[in-house]
Design a protein around this ligand. Structure first.
Ligand code: TYM
Length: 345
């Protein structure tokens, strides 16, 4: 039996425009968890600066992402919503985890390899040690579950490795202090449903991403109805009609992606979507998908604009959330400093 309070933590970087992948793979899945769990949803601004961010853009994106959280249905009374840099314990625990994690572990991270490419020498040290900060985000609150998209799976495995090594390295010390031998939990990644990996609308083998140079590859959360419809109608597909069973999507990544998007937006399974649209061509399916996407996303974009009209209110939400997060974070760090052996702790 785990002695940990069930607690959800997740975060999104305020860098660039939020897209449909972020919404379906993360934010939309954050909402129902509020009914069953204590939830902490963070705007991870310290992660964003691992690559250059214009300060004015970072500031604006932080407020916009918070507005998106609120517009999508995160409730600041029920959940803790805050930006990472306001709770300095994230940086402190990340430093300790930098001394727990091994170079080899971080070197194996596929996201580091993808982002650094052949130019690792000119990347920031922060980009390399990014997963230690992510582990700190999660373990500072001893979170037991982390809803994310598929691309974060390896980072969550590393979080478990860091927790296990910390618990093991400091095992005797934990005993001496009368603390639980499983000091940090083995956090569960929550990666499920049809939308854990939404692909580019231009190339079904590439993930939908903020950094894709083509704006047509993604639907931004702030796109208007006309833009959403145009992007879906121009999405790359093949010439075949949709199959009536999931097995028929094999080898058709673009078709599968549009079915995944439909399923996630309609809260249906892929099977159900294909039962409805099996045998139908894209000339019919794309307009149906566009109508659904507009119906679901337009109210969120409207609400985001409404929230952004009162920046003071957004700042108040973040300040209040940070105050509540700090209470949990401070408690963990008081113990961690003692565990490590720092004088004065
Ligand atoms: P970030 O900001 O890149 O993405 C935010 C969330 O969106 C998901 N996502 C996708 N899901 C489905 N399809 C896609 N194409 C797609 N693109 C992005 C991501 O999986 C993520 O859930 N390292 C994290 C932020 C982070 C974090 C954390 C997350 C920092 N600390 C602690 C959880 C817990 C990141 O860069 O996500």
């Amino acid at each position: 039996m785990s002695s940990f309070v069930p607690r959800i933590f997740s975060g999104i970087q305020p860098s660039g425009d939020l897209h449909l992948g972020n919404y379906l793979g993360a934010i939309r899945r954050f909402v129902p968890l509020q009914q069953s769990h204590d939830c902490i949803y963070c705007v991870v601004d310290m992660h964003a600066i691992t690559v250059w961010q214009d300060p004015a853009d970072l500031h604006r994106s932080t407020l916009e992402l918070t507005a998106a959280y609120l517009a999508a249905g995160l409730d600041p009374k029920r959940s803790i919503i805050f930006n990472q840099s306001q709770v300095i314990e994230h940086a402190e625990l990340a430093w300790i985890f930098n001394c727990v994690a091994r170079m080899g572990w971080l070197n194996r991270m596929t996201q580091w390899k993808d982002k650094a490419g052949k130019n690792s020498e000119v990347q920031s040290v922060g980009l390399f040690s990014y997963p230690s900060l992510m582990a700190a985000d999660i373990l500072l609150y001893k979170a037991t579950g982390v809803p994310v998209g598929e691309d974060q799976k390896q980072h969550l495995e590393l979080t478990r490795d860091i927790a296990a090594k910390f618990n093991n390295d400091f095992g005797p010390r934990l005993k001496e202090l009368g603390l639980d031998a499983d000091y940090f939990p083995m956090t569960e990644p929550l990666i499920s449903g049809p939308a854990t990996r939404i692909m580019s609308l231009r190339d079904g083998t590439k993930k939908m991403s903020k950094s894709d140079p083509s704006d047509m590859s993604r639907i931004a959360l702030t796109d208007d109805a006309e833009t959403i419809t145009r992007k879906i109608k121009k999405a790359k597909t093949d010439a075949e009609p949709l199959p009536s069973e999931v097995a028929g999507l094999k080898g058709r990544p673009e078709a599968e992606n549009l079915v995944d998007i439909y399923a996630a937006l309609a809260d249906m399974s892929k099977d159900q979507v294909l039962r409805e649209f099996g045998g139908v061509g894209f000339g019919t399916f794309k307009p149906a998908l566009a109508d659904l996407a507009v119906a679901q996303l337009a109210p969120i974009a409207d609400d985001m604009r409404r929230y952004l009209a009162d920046k003071g209110e957004i700042e108040r939400v973040l300040r209040d959330g940070a105050g509540r997060a700090r209470i949990i974070a401070a408690e963990t760090m008081r113990e961690v400093r003692k565990i490590v052996g720092f004088v004065g702790a």
